[in-house]
Design a protein around this ligand. Sequence first.
Ligand code: AMP
Ligand code: MN
Ligand code: MN
Ligand code: MN
Length: 297
Amino acid sequence: MSRLINSHTFDPQRINADLHSHTVASDGTLTAVELVQRAANNGVAHLAITDHDDTSSLAQARVEAAKHGVGFVNGVEISVTFCDKTVHIVGLGIDPDAPELRDGLARIRAGRDTRALAMGTALEAHGIGGAFEGALHYAGNPKLVSRTHFARHLVATGVCDTTQDVFQRYLVEGKPGYVPHDWASLSSALHWIHSAGGVAVIAHPGRYRFNTTQRWALLSEFKDLGGQAIEVVTGSHTVAQYSEYAKLAVEFGFAASRGSDFHSPTESRVDIGTLPELPSICEPVWARFRHLLSMQS
Ligand code: AMP
Ligand code: MN
Ligand code: MN
Ligand code: MN
């Protein structure tokens, strides 16, 4: 794959850091151990696991990462509502036991339970019965049912051919199985991350359907709240968006992150550790917590 190298170097730009990935604790299909092994095989030097609203994979992943000489960074991907849309904020280098973060994530997960039941009811009204129970079957963590688990169930039962197709037909805004939900506020998410000693990063900023004013509002409010970085090279961005968000990062004084957002060997377009390196104008976010990396690797 890339020219990225898998050992420590004086040039942080060229370190193979993958700071966004999922396990069965949220909507990934690999266990923490399997994910770390895959990352190690792919030459990842610094790995963050960033499950949605959950940190239960981190302890096991850290032990496995140490066996492979992979630097491990504790992460989480927090669901936030901003301008009536869902935005994801990644927290890196967090202490998962910090009380405000732990309690805040527990509240979001409780909200997920209610939403998942409502999604089941909405799909039922559309003639698709048993979807909640089906999704629950696919959720490795029964406390964290996501739209991805509904999508897997609807593919397995032949309603659609691919998970992508399920999202387009049933699970995105305006479609029958979509249930609007109030996640955390941006300020709460940043407060929890900071109270846990972490660095806040806007996940896949190119994915949100904001107009220019709303996008500007997100970036500036995030900055005012102490947000430090945005994802520039992510599995969700096009090559053109790498340049677009690299320039925005420089303009706002944000560091840049790189993360595949890997969920599954069969579903994810980008494998863990295989994205290109950050554009040279970017300051890698991992340079901002080098002390954590050296402690951890
Ligand atoms: P949730 O947090 O339950 O709303 O689920 C969001 C997750 O669904 C994201 O993290 C992605 O993994 C997945 N997802 C969202 N949109 C799509 C899409 N269009 N195609 C496939 N997966 C998607
Ligand atoms: Mn996901
Ligand atoms: Mn996300
Ligand atoms: Mn993600």
